[in-house]
Design a binder for this molecule. Structure first.
Ligand SMILES: [Cu+2]
Length: 339
């Protein structure tokens, strides 16, 4: 870990360690614990404080549809939304998470986290100029190894970047056989492909999680001088989703951007967006490739489902072909907040 950044360990009673490993499931018989822990203390105060966060959890889409923060249900651990259960035998349940970063940050480590059904993870950054870069691909995720991946050198995200993480879950017979979980009767009963798998709040390994963790520091944040300096705002616009050539998407007939204090979406906000008059702005949409808009039947199902975060199709109110009307929130930069 770079010496420029370090964790702050406060004294007092609030610190705890959470062991999240399969062997901590009860087996019904006495077991020996051989956990060990070590700390490396910094000889001098670091330049930056290190935080571990769900790096792409502000907006989450399940199988192409954005989850609203006021959807009914228990919020999945580490997220602001209730994630629908994985159906029995589902082989390719897809979750996409994203977070826009209004401030410049540096990423030191990636820790994709799911449970037994987790199959793969892909971390991608969308830079403010629209360039996309794959940061980490874990094609064969294995819950038994809780890997932390460190890039050769820390990854710098300029203010206005967006982190997009795609994960797939496999609840098929084949996948569950591949992972041999015969260490207890309880495990056998719970690790079967015939079950719906829930994203609970407090959960067990046979439940699921979607927490693409990262360890990051905020570039302008100096532990000696707390406070935000020059952060961008999150902007919200309403307009018509319009496909362009070569896979690009534009929000046309769009409103002026309004400042938003959240990246999540509520059903109330979507309703308000629908009632809002259209404008005359045009915004190129960045980072849409992660959503495979065509794969999510945007064109086929307009008027029924949502293919892009915060976009609620309503073709009657947009006079462009194959368009939907929607609401988009992005970190505003000169590049993507102007016409
Ligand atoms: Cu977990």
């Amino acid at each position: 870990m770079a010496k420029a950044a370090a964790k702050l360990l406060k004294g007092g009673k609030n610190m705890y360690l959470n062991f999240n490993v399969p062997t901590y499931e009860t087996t019904g018989k006495p077991e020996t614990d051989r956990s060990a822990i070590a700390f490396w203390f910094q000889p001098a105060p670091p330049e930056h404080q290190l935080f571990r966060i769900n790096g792409a959890g502000e907006t989450i889409l399940a199988n192409g549809k954005e989850l609203l923060t006021d959807d009914p249900g228990v919020k999945a651990e580490g997220t602001h939304v209730a994630i629908p259960a994985i159906p029995p035998f589902a082989e390719n349940y897809e979750l996409i998470g994203m977070t826009a970063y209004p401030e410049a940050v540096t990423i030191y480590q990636f820790q994709p986290h799911a449970h037994y059904r987790g199959r793969d993870f892909m971390y991608t950054v969308v830079y403010p100029d629209g360039r996309e870069e794959a940061l980490l691909s874990v094609p064969k995720y294995d819950h038994r190894w809780q890997m932390a991946y460190e890039p050769e050198s820390p990854v710098k995200l300029p203010a206005g970047s967006k982190l997009v993480v795609t994960a797939h879950y496999d609840n098929s017979m084949m996948h569950m056989n591949m992972h041999d979980h015969r260490n207890s009767m309880m495990n056998m009963q719970n690790h079967t492909a015939e079950k719906e798998v829930y994203f609970r709040d407090q959960n067990q390994s046979w439940d699921e999680m979607f927490t693409p963790f990262i360890q990051l520091s905020i570039d302008d944040q100096n532990p000696a001088k707390p406070g935000k300096n020059g952060a961008l705002e999150i902007g919200e616009v309403v307009g018509c989703l319009e496909p362009g050539s070569s896979g690009t998407w534009t929000l046309s007939h769009a409103s002026e951007a309004a400042i938003s204090d959240t990246q999540g979406t509520t059903s109330v906000a979507l309703k308000a967006a629908k009632a809002k008059p259209l404008g005359t702005q045009r915004y190129p949409l960045l980072g849409t490739s992660a959503f495979h808009p065509a794969d999510h039947q945007w064109r086929e199902s307009r008027g029924e489902g949502s293919a892009h975060r915060g976009l609620e199709p309503d073709s009657h109110q947009c006079d462009v072909a194959a368009a939907g009307r929607g609401r988009v929130r992005e970190a505003m930069t000169e590049g993507n907040a102007s016409t």
